[in-house]
Ligand binder design. Structure first.
Ligand code: AMP
Ligand code: MG
Length: 534
């Protein structure tokens, strides 16, 4: 089924202990471990694009071998399964060794395009890094990870991918609300796919243990195999301080780009601990993430974070920096000079600012960023519950009408509500004279700004619709898919997967999936707030 290229286990030292029990693992980047077999695996869904990239045919994906392999029941010759050792800062505190507690890398394989992909099962049983937990995953969190990985890919946001979602036929006990009421839930396994699953925490754990030799070895390995362009340009400088500092600068740029992309589509990761930060700048570890519905910079989907709101929507760019500082500290033994590390970190702020401005200009359909306009917009969005996705999507039509109208104010109703933006407002009952004035002022400024542009309003609308998605994985939509799947009906998951493949297109038959969150979902578990229990 695959062409193998297992480099992580080939080039890096593994744990000498081969029995599978929970422990601290020293002097190694991973431990070899076998997935735990499950009784009745059943394929729920697979991603056609990911399968195609890996060179798998639909027949192969629907075969018994496929479901057995991606449930963890069977290994193919050439697979060399292992769990990675990493640490991390969780909610601001050093947490020591964490590691792949329920993720098992099956193999690194070559895709059709010759690129290298790691296949990783999530929920396939305990590993040496499982600490006090069971190594398993439930259907609800697995559906969320499977769908969101692929949705993000199609949105153009850097992300780990998902190949398959399999039910195990075995229940898993979870206390979803952490209130002392554990329940049995269906168990599931997702096969995640990425060029590499290495995290900031892989470096942090080695630095914390003062294992400078292995730290250097892992950094060299990562640069050579996961940053081939950097390696090609700079390999002659290997082991010099600047080599590592400039590589950190590259990680900073990628992380900045990722944060800008999350802000563009309204994605809130929910658990931006350093063990959940990909060295490649990919979105990784879909847990209690959420999609911003009402624009609210302090919104977090994660109930565990409801108090501190460390990982709220508007905090993400700052937390990206905080996490990179942890990575810079971990790389200290390889650089041992402050200045180049600080310069690398400065790349983060510079890249973020530059790309954020370009991104906001694109969302508004402008050729240039306008600070007054953007600040004003966030004030307007913050004054009344407004759907972030729908507002920008409908703004494309609004601007086209405003620019061609004699008087753009004709587009407001008697109360001053912009007709074309009405689908984005959650509660027009709260509309007030102040909000009307603020909205009017902003729309006036925006229209004046638009009139200075040379592009035609229609061409601009088309361009705006390529950065302002129509379809995102709204929290309640994922939950409806989960509810149906738990009853054995996988059709909702199939439909979501399909619709989210073209998030920027108008899809007439799927208008219902583009609507704002219904009222019933406002406070329902899974639809607005999520716990880390998964
Ligand atoms: P997270 O914040 O979900 O990325 O998880 C933090 C750490 O806990 C990682 O080391 C995970 O591998 C581990 N972990 C989470 N859930 C489980 C589980 N059910 N069994 C074993 N380890 C887990
Ligand atoms: Mg994690």
């Amino acid at each position: 089924m695959f062409r193998y290229d297992n480099r992580f286990t080939q080039f890096l030292p593994g744990d000498s202990e081969d029995r599978n029990f929970r422990r601290q693992v020293f002097g190694a980047c991973y431990s070899r471990v076998q997935p735990t077999p499950v009784p009745r695996p059943q394929l729920v869904a697979y991603s056609p694009e990911m399968a195609e990239t890996l060179g798998l045919t639909p027949e192969q994906c629907n075969s018994d071998v496929f479901v057995q392999v991606f449930a963890g029941n069977q290994l193919l010759a050439g697979m060399d399964p292992f769990a990675m050792c990493y640490g991390g800062h969780q909610f601001g505190n050093w947490a020591g060794q964490l590691g792949d507690g329920r993720a098992i890398n099956l193999a690194e394989v070559l895709g059709r395009d010759g690129r290298r992909w790691t296949l990783q099962l999530k929920g396939a049983g305990p590993t040496p890094y499982s600490r006090t937990a069971d190594g398993l995953a439930v259907l609800r969190s697995s559906v969320r990870e499977f769908l969101c990985s692929e949705a993000m890919f199609h949105l153009g946001v850097p992300t780990t991918r998902a190949l398959s979602l399999v039910l195990t036929g075995q229940d898993v006990v979870r206390d979803m609300f952490y209130d002392g009421n554990p329940e049995r839930e269906p168990g599931a396994v997702v096969c995640r796919v990425a060029p590499s699953f290495t995290r900031f925490g892989n470096f942090e754990i080695l630095a914390a243990r003062q294992d400078d030799v292995l730290l250097r070895q892992l950094a060299n390995f990562t640069i050579e195999h996961d940053f081939p362009e950097f390696w090609a340009a700079r390999n002659a400088e290997q082991n010099s301080p600047l080599f590592y500092a400039d590589w950190l600068a590259e990680v900073c740029r990628r992380t900045a780009t990722l944060m800008v992309q999350w802000m563009r589509v309204g994605f809130v990761h929910g658990v931006m601990n350093t063990d959940n930060m990909s060295i490649l700048g990919l979105t990784i570890d879909y847990g209690p993430y959420g999609w911003l519905e009402d624009y609210d910079p302090v919104w977090t989907p994660n109930t565990t974070d409801a108090h501190g709101r460390r990982y709220a929507f508007g905090q993400q760019p700052q937390i990206g920096m905080w996490n990179l500082v942890r990575l810079a500290n971990a790389l200290w033994p390889l650089v041992q000079e402050k200045e180049p590390l600080q310069r690398a970190l400065q790349e983060y702020s510079d890249t973020y600012q530059r790309e954020f401005q370009a991104m906001m200009a694109a969302k508004l359909g402008l050729s240039q960023y306008d600070e007054e306009l953007v600040d004003g917009l966030f004030r307007v969005l913050g004054s009344l519950e407004t759907d972030y996705t729908l507002f920008f999507r409908h703004l494309a039509r609004w601007q086209a009408s405003a620019v061609t109208a004699n008087e753009w104010t004709e587009l407001l109703d008697v109360q001053g509500v912009p007709e074309l933006l009405k689908p984005a407002y959650y509660n027009l009952g709260q509309w007030s004279a102040t909000i009307a004035q603020r909205t009017r002022d902003w729309l006036g400024l925006y229209t004046a700004r638009l009139r200075r542009e040379t592009e035609s309003p229609l061409a601009r609308a088309t361009r705006m619709n390529q950065v302002n998605p129509k379809y995102v994985l709204r929290n309640y939509l994922a939950q409806l898919g989960i509810d149906a799947a738990a009853q054995g009906d996988f059709s909702k998951i199939a439909r979501l997967l399909d619709v989210l493949r073209q998030p920027y297109e108008e899809q007439e038959a799927n208008e219902d999936l583009a609507e704002k969150r219904p009222e019933w979902a406002r406070h329902r578990a899974g639809c607005s707030m999520l716990s880390c229990s998964s």
